[in-house]
Design a protein around this ligand. Structure first.
Ligand code: IPD
Ligand code: CA
Ligand code: CA
Ligand code: CA
Length: 268
């Protein structure tokens, strides 16, 4: 993507994310209409829909040739990543939004011909903007994030992951994952995939492991983590398909092989 065009899109996207964030904060105590989607714990609110439709109408007006993929379905149905594609999660961590009124994020990844050019993750209530441009470094607000420091072993690593890895499941042998959890220093579960990527980029966790994430959960995070030298793959160590769901590992490259080894042993 041309540098000047990217710069213009980046500034515009950041301004829209800030505007959407202000709107959410202003309405945070308003009564919520909460619906469920695939199961009783899969929540969606009027604010998820309002926020996504805000982005979609702005993008369609200013950039009519760009494509949009959004969780709540206001975007397009894509079969390829050709051209410029905005991948939007209007509220990542809806359960936190509903129950905690914090710990959720707006996440936008902008890809061009399949390359992640821009990543923006906004922790709305903490007012922290994580943002990156391909090959231009990653930032938390105005501060450039440092490259991930070397960790010699996974014994010192804190990994973001949830309890599903340790319960009986269809993907992996939970007993091997229990061994993994015993070996690392600790786990964290933040309830927003986007924030887990942002926290990895910030260096406050060392990796994040998640089953079955959608492109909008990871699109921005991949760009931001990539800019601090971290890597994101599926749990077999292969490149993600951005048009499908993936179970993912994103981490400091120093511990990638060790974690992939556990996943290989655990795979059903
Ligand atoms: C969810 C969050 C959560 C992850 C789920 C996602 P949503 O996104 O990122 O942390 O475990 O798999 O679906 O639905 O709140 O946007
Ligand atoms: Ca959702
Ligand atoms: Ca999400
Ligand atoms: Ca969402």
């Amino acid at each position: 993507m041309d540098r000047d065009i990217r710069e213009e899109i980046y500034e515009t996207a950041l301004a829209w994310v800030r505007e959407a964030g202000v709107n959410i904060r202003n309405k945070i105590n308003d009564p919520l209409v909460v619906d469920t989607k695939s199961n009783p714990n899969d929540l969606v609110t009027t604010m998820d829909k309002e926020t996504e439709s805000f982005f979609v109408s702005r993008i369609k007006e200013k950039y009519p040739t760009h494509s949009i993929v959004g969780e709540e379905g206001y975007g397009d149905k894509l079969t390829s990543m050709k051209g410029t594609v905005w991948i939007i999660d209007p509220i990542d961590g809806t359960m936190n939004f509903v129950h905690q009124k914090r710990n959720f994020a707006i996440s936008i990844g902008i890809y061009h011909d399949g390359i992640g050019e821009i990543g923006i993750i906004y922790d709305v209530m903490a007012d922290n903007m994580y943002h990156a441009k391909y090959k231009n470094g990653a930032y938390k607000n105005d501060v450039r994030l440092l490259a991930l420091t070397k960790k010699s072993n996974i014994e010192e690593a804190i990994i973001g992951m949830n309890h599903f890895w340790l319960c009986e499941n269809r993907l992996v042998d939970e007993r091997i994952m229990q061994k993994f959890v015993k070996r690392i220093r600790g786990t964290r579960t933040y309830g927003s995939a986007a924030l887990e990527f942002a926290f990895l980029a910030e260096g406050i966790i060392d990796g994040y492991l998640s089953m079955s994430l959608s492109p909008w959960d990871v699109a921005a995070g991949i760009v931001i983590v990539g800019e601090v030298g971290g890597g994101t793959t599926d749990i077999n160590g292969l490149q993600l398909n951005m048009l499908e769901k993936n179970s993912i590992l994103t981490c400091n490259m120093n511990i990638q092989d060790d974690i992939l080894d556990y996943l290989k042993k655990a795979k059903k």
